[in-house]
Design a binder for this molecule. Structure first.
Ligand code: HEC
Ligand code: HEC
Length: 239
């Protein structure tokens, strides 16, 4: 893995030496410079084969920016990628985030699930109603009625592969190195769910066809925005 990361770094020297003349005739565009990212984040084929590599094209720009900062600053952990972000400025990350957010994306086809009607019903209740007794807002209250996200900081929930959703919830629940070292609204929510609920929602979500648009920022109630603090406050991810 180390060698792979080194190889990527070599490919990206243009980033570190942006002022120096390029070694070859390759035009110095953002599109050229993010090629190493595409190795892992290329839309359809790689992601189908290895569902753990998330799609980034078409996700909200503020969300992508927050994640890049999290990886660079050690709040979210994936070493082969963090190495590439080490010397990047916030401004440059913002540019990259906007570049990927504007790219068209293809979503995987829905995967049929084998949940019982009672299990499906329980997931749908969490998605669209939440559980007031446990102080759990509906997922849709923050991720949008269509579950397609709320611009610019909250990602959609449809079209994410099972392995990826399950892994993210694992990180939030365990406070592990992957995600959730610093408590935020998602780790608080993830910790209130039972393991059975997490298993079921990670199966249910990929079974839903992707449709609809992300909502605009005014769809997020102030009370819920407060729960997520700086994530949705436009101050970046420092908290
Ligand atoms: C070696 C493979 C690899 C390379 C190269 C790579 N990434 Fe990643 N990236 C990953 C993996 C795996 C994750 C998920 C890690 C996790 O959740 O713990 C990820 C996560 C992300 C996320 C968060 C996605 C989300 O939905 O939360 C963003 C944004 C991202 N990468 C951007 C980039 C950019 C920009 C580059 C180029 C500078 C890049 N990545 C290069 C493998 C890679
Ligand atoms: C109070 C608002 C709020 C509620 C309620 C909420 N979320 Fe989130 N969720 C967020 C925010 C904010 C993020 C982005 C986190 C970040 O930037 O690290 C997020 C991120 C996610 C992600 C990561 C997606 C990706 O591309 O990596 C998943 C999966 C997720 N939420 C699932 C859920 C599910 C399932 C529920 C319901 C059980 C839920 N969320 C309820 C605010 C919320």
């Amino acid at each position: 893995m180390k060698l792979f990361a080194l190889m990527l770094l070599t490919m990206m020297t243009g980033w570190a030496n942006a002022d120096e003349p390029a070694m070859s005739e390759i035009p110095d565009t953002l599109e050229e410079r993010v090629k190493p990212c595409i190795i892992c984040h290329r839309d359809a084929d790689r992601i189908d084969r290895d569902a753990y590599f998330p799609r980034i094209a078409g996700k909200p720009a503020g969300y992508l920016f927050n994640q890049l900062r999290n990886f660079r600053d050690g709040r979210r952990f994936y070493q082969p990628m963090a190495i590439l972000l080490e010397n990047m400025t916030d401004e440059y990350m913002d540019e990259i985030a906007h570049y990927f957010a504007a790219l068209p994306t293809t979503y995987p086809a829905p995967v049929a699930h084998a949940l019982s009607p009672a299990e499906s019903h329980a997931v749908e209740t969490l998605m669209y109603s939440g559980d007031a007794e446990r102080d759990l807002p509906a997922c849709s209250a923050c991720h949008g009625e269509a579950l397609m996200g709320v611009q610019p900081y909250i990602p959609g929930l449809l079209g994410l592969p099972h392995a990826y959703v399950a892994a993210q919830f694992g990180g939030w629940r365990n406070g592990g190195i992957m995600r959730g070292q610093i408590p935020d609204c998602m780790s608080e929510i993830a910790k209130k769910l039972t393991q059975e609920e997490v298993n079921a929602l990670a199966i249910w979500l990929p079974s839903r066809p992707v449709s609809g648009e992300s909502a605009t920022a005014d769809a997020l109630a102030p009370e819920l925005a407060r729960r997520c603090r700086t994530i949705v406050a436009g101050e970046g991810a420092a908290r």
